[in-house]
Design a protein around this ligand. Structure first.
Ligand code: VGL
Ligand code: ZN
Length: 206
């Protein structure tokens, strides 16, 4: 059994949002096209409390793009984004939410970030997604969303580590590209870890 994982298709990651991913809105139609092909669709939501530790505004003197240590883990600082219960945290209005059977909210711990849909960045707390998928007999994942170089990559690497077979839909992902090429390097890292990189046109024949 396979599931489609839609990563962070939220307003703040779209052009005009607080942490815009270039062409982020271009993946919404891809999600809408693929969702009907799956009996289980899971969507993730970045879901931060105000004052989250990943926000530059929470660190006096810091700017977005700076890197700090949170405990043992390096943390890139971001503009305030995806604050719980705000419009920026909502799914893009063009996303067809009807097929979504389960939503995973992550990044709610004020002190730890969570790029992955499975674990926080310390790999200490689980979101419960692994158990949810296994209880539904899922062994294969098809992943798309935002951003390639952060939440998609972290989700895919954790999924592979947990033993899922993973395909990543290249045209269903877009990168932040803080450094030019980050998105391409993320695809390379996912492929090297065992993910299949596919095109949305091929998702029906998996
Ligand atoms: C993300 C940066 C901060 C993502 C979330 O969805 O890739 N990136 N929070
Ligand atoms: Zn975030």
């Amino acid at each position: 059994m396979r599931a489609l994982i839609l990563v962070d298709l939220q307003n703040d990651f779209m052009p005009g949002g607080a942490l815009p991913v270039p062409e982020g809105d271009a993946v919404v139609p891809v999600a809408n096209r693929l969702s009907p092909l799956f009996s289980l669709v899971v969507a993730t939501q970045d879901w931060h409390p105000p004052g989250h530790a990943s926000f530059a505004s929470s660190h006096p003197g810091a700017s977005p793009g700076d890197v700090v240590m949170l405990g043992e883990t390096q943390q890139v600082l971001w503009p305030d984004h995806c604050v719980q219960q705000t419009p920026g945290a909502s799914f893009h209005s063009g996303l067809d939410v009807v097929p979504i059977g389960h939503v995973v909210r992550k990044g709610a711990d004020p002190l730890v970030d969570s790029y992955s849909a499975f674990f926080d960045n310390d790999h200490v707390s689980s979101t419960g997604l692994d158990a949810y998928l296994r209880s539904h007999g899922v062994s294969e994942l098809v992943v798309l969303g935002l951003a390639t170089d952060y939440c998609v990559k972290a989700t895919v690497l954790d999924a592979l580590g947990l033993g899922f077979g993973v395909s990543v839909v290249r045209d269903g992902c877009r990168a932040v590209d803080v450094q030019p090429g980050d998105g391409d390097r993320a695809f390379e890292a996912m492929a090297n870890a065992g993910a299949r990189i596919i095109d949305s046109a091929d998702a029906a024949d998996l």
